[in-house]
Design a protein around this ligand. Structure first.
Ligand code: SF4
Length: 343
């Protein structure tokens, strides 16, 4: 049995029953693919249902506000993806009058839809012979064929895409793609795959050469930047002082608390007598309590957060800051980074 037939047979026995596998609606497949690029299936499922319920068609999605989308996306991380989804939905609405196309060329022509997503949608929705290449597929190919070219280098990406296309069952591209992704996710897992039950074992380079832990090869990530966010919790008459973030940094256009970023973990005394804090609050605030500090890990940044509950005179808050008060019970309606979930 060849590679494709083997994984398809395995898939028919082991596949998970997932909602987007029972549809050929390109919009629903698109929703699931974008969400799953972000997270594991179990964590992504509630988000998928949430989006599919709130926006049953791309026209509904295109009519949403950015705040609403970010709120639904909250907790998934990489918020730019949520924002880009909205832009893509609006493009589909404008360019294709709300008809989510399923052919590769129309999809790839849309800003916001890349090679992987276009291949996934066109093969799952329209059975087009386009191979999907995600992390699971790369891992399986690297191990099975013993390819040590880095999967995230330019040469490697080309090589893995070419190999995935060569392997593709052109008669059954949807089934093949589902099978290879599921095989990588469940059988050829990143850590300690159970090779004793693997139907590809005999032909697998990594298994036969004791190289499972060495493949795939990945180029080192960029260095991580440490950032120090010092948040101020101001509560006045059961309302909390909030800040809408700008659009150039992480968590763009989401909401958080008034904050001062420092180069390193701050000296609290200096922080509370700094020019910045004085210009925000008009006078040096008094610390009521400090919440336990938190660390939030993003791909290229580690955010170290300290949260101070402070007392300050609301009247003196600098109006140029754009801060605004909102009732405590209404905060849940705002899209917030997890870091400040204290209410
Ligand atoms: S034998 Fe092991 S390493 Fe090789 S494809 Fe199967 S699960 Fe992956």
């Amino acid at each position: 049995m060849d590679f494709s037939a083997t994984i398809i047979q395995w898939y028919n026995q082991h596949k998970r029953d997932l909602p987007w596998r029972n549809t050929t609606d390109p919009y629903v497949i698109w929703l699931s693919e974008i969400i799953l690029q972000q997270t594991r299936v179990e964590q992504g499922l509630p988000y998928f249902y949430r989006f599919a319920e709130n926006y049953p068609t791309v026209t509904h999605f295109a009519a949403a506000t950015e705040d609403e989308v970010l709120k639904l996306w909250q907790g998934l991380g990489y918020y730019s993806r949520g924002r880009n989804m909205l832009k893509t939905a609006q493009l589909v609405q404008e360019k294709y009058k709300g008809a989510f196309h399923s052919d590769f060329d129309s999809l790839i022509a849309l800003k916001g839809i890349g090679e992987y997503t276009a291949a996934a949608i066109s093969s799952f929705a329209a059975n087009q012979p386009k191979a999907v290449v995600d992390g699971n597929v790369n891992r399986l190919i690297a191990r099975y064929f013993g390819i040590d070219e880095p999967i995230n280098g330019t040469k490697g990406q080309k090589l893995f895409r070419q190999t995935a296309n060569d392997l593709l069952d052109k008669q059954h591209p949807a089934l093949h793609n589902q099978a290879i992704m599921e095989f990588g996710a469940l059988q050829c897992k990143p850590k300690s795959p159970d090779c004793s039950v693997c139907p590809l074992r005999d032909g697998c380079y990594a298994y036969n050469n004791n190289a499972i832990d060495k493949l795939p090869v990945k180029l080192k990530k960029l260095t991580v930047k440490n950032r120090y966010f010092n948040y101020f919790v101001v509560i006045d008459d059961e309302k909390v002082l909030m800040n809408k973030r700008g659009d150039t940094d992480i968590w763009a256009n989401m909401y958080d608390l008034p904050m001062i970023e420092t180069e390193e973990s701050p000296n609290v005394e200096k922080l509370f007598s700094s020019k910045k804090i004085l210009s925000m609050f008009g006078s040096a605030p008094v610390i009521i309590k400090e919440y336990p500090s938190k660390k939030h890990i993003l791909t290229h940044q580690h955010i170290h957060a300290r949260l101070f509950h402070i007392e300050t005179d609301a009247k003196n808050i600098n109006p140029d800051t754009g801060y605004f008060f909102i009732k405590v019970e209404k905060i849940k309606n705002l899209a917030l980074p997890k870091l400040i979930f204290i209410f």
